[in-house]
Design a binder for this molecule. Structure first.
Ligand code: HPA
Length: 247
């Protein structure tokens, strides 16, 4: 049985290294996931793949059905999730093309369906979220990155913004004062929903650009795409290294 899911982000709507075996359209009480779940073999292990923004990258970050995506993965009996995410770099170490394994989150998103415990359950439920990522999986990813000489960053605070626009320079300065190292639009509520369903969930972030006010005067989409392409090549190498160890 498949025990690992990969959620692909911007720049990774397809996993070229995945030998596809079948696809399954799933319906959940929360509606449709972003795409059918693709099952296949990666580095010899069974994995499930779900592109967060849909197959053709058509769903913007604030319209992703995070509840349906995480529910579908949970319903399949999958226990571990590697979430791939493109981010902007805020602090010095977080330069474009680098891979980062965050260990904390600050949530600045709003108006998203962010819980399964929305009053329809018998009891009011609060989940512990002190450490938002699964440390065991984070360590495995880090070890894999070291083995593949990928120069990854161990630990960062991910600031989750609403999007779809990028931030202003003042917003990024504020995020930095708050302690954020990287900024992205999809980290929440995905991580919290995974915790609510007791999934072991960790993020592999790829720095696509310097966040607003941290690099050149304006963010160039061409440069962003180029860095992302380079970063996602590293992610494929990482997955091929790490999956035989954890799958
Ligand atoms: N901000 C928010 N999300 C992002 C960025 C950014 O600069 N780059 C890639 N995703």
């Amino acid at each position: 049985m498949t025990s690992l899911a990969i959620i692909g982000g911007t720049g990774l709507t397809q996993l070229k290294c995945l030998e596809i075996e079948r696809k399954e359209v799933l319906l959940t009480p929360y509606g449709e996931p972003s795409a059918p779940i693709t099952y296949g073999k990666l580095a010899g292990k069974e994995v499930a793949f779900l592109p967060r923004h849909g197959n053709g990258h058509t769903i913007p970050p604030h319209q992703v059905n995070y509840r349906a995506n995480i529910w579908a993965i949970h319903k399949l009996g999958i226990e571990r999730v590697i979430a791939i995410a493109a981010v902007g770099g805020i602090t010095e170490q977080m330069s474009p093309k680098r891979i980062v394994f965050p260990n904390q989150i600050i949530d600045y998103t709003y108006g998203r369906e962010q819980t399964y415990f929305d009053g329809h359950t018998k009891d009011v439920t609060h989940v512990d979220f002190t450490h938002p990522y699964c440390e065991e999986l984070r360590q495995a990813l880090l070890k894999g990155a070291q083995a593949a000489s990928l120069d990854a960053v161990d630990g960062a605070t991910y600031g989750a913004t609403q999007g779809p626009r990028l931030e202003t320079a003042a917003e990024i300065a504020r995020l930095e004062r708050d302690g954020c190292d990287i900024v992205g639009m999809t980290g929440m509520p995905e991580a919290a929903l995974a915790r609510e369903l007791s999934l072991c969930y960790s993020t592999c972030a790829v720095v696509a650009n310097w966040a607003a006010g941290k690099g050149a005067d304006e963010i160039s989409m061409d440069e962003l795409e180029m860095s992302l392409k380079d970063g996602m090549d590293k992610v494929r190498t990482l997955l091929e290294t790490v999956i035989p160890e954890i799958g």
